[in-house]
Design a protein around this ligand. Structure first.
Ligand SMILES: [Zn+2]
Length: 188
């Protein structure tokens, strides 16, 4: 059996006095957990600190950065979501208004058609009937042109909001992916 010689060295990190076997090539300080390589040269034994500690520190820093990034990304996500909500509500309000105008126009056409039916049922002089017909036809044409205009406005409204809405939706998707990645990093 080989003789084990104990050598005294100080931890390079916490300066604790350590007694270790000269047969070891690696040693972890009991006090602070710093890992050392045990080396020797003509002057005797010495420690060289291993990089693990640094790596751990980097990991901690990376984690801290990831956590900060998550906070920032989440607040950005909340802002974008809020913006999307605002835009969607604005668009929905405009659409509701247009829909109600369209419903009014349709109702007016139906009412006019009912009046037309009532006119046919009663006996009117031709001149009165002719005037009534012009009014009936006039209103139907007017309401139909209104419906046509409203349809255009609906399209214009949808197109007006689409680019920004899509851009914000893309941003939200990207932020979601970024957050997932950072969460993974922070949890590692
Ligand atoms: Zn130590």
């Amino acid at each position: 059996m080989e003789n084990i010689t104990l050598i005294s060295l100080k931890c390079s990190n916490c300066s604790a006095a350590l007694q270790i076997s000269d047969k070891l090539d690696r040693f972890i300080c009991n006090y602070c957990g710093t890992e050392h390589a045990l080396l020797h040269n003509s002057g005797g034994f010495f420690f060289r600190r291993l990089e693990e500690r640094l790596e751990n520190l980097e990991k901690v820093t990376e984690k801290g950065n990831a956590e900060l990034a998550i906070k920032r990304l989440r607040s950005e996500l909340a802002t974008r979501t809020h913006q999307l909500q605002g835009l969607t509500e604005e668009k929905d309000d405009l659409m509701k208004l247009l829909n109600s105008r369209r419903a009014d126009a349709i109702t007016s056409i139906i009412v006019t058609a009912l009046i037309q039916a009532a006119l046919l049922a009663i006996n009117l002089s031709f001149s009165v009937y002719a005037v009534a017909q012009v009014a009936v036809l006039g209103n139907i044409l007017y309401q139909m042109s209104q419906i046509n205009k409203i349809q255009h406005e609906r399209q214009k409204t949808a197109e007006k909001y689409r680019p920004e809405t899509e851009r914000i939706r893309d941003d939200i998707d990207i932020l979601g992916i970024k957050i997932k990645k950072k969460v993974k990093l922070a949890d590692s």
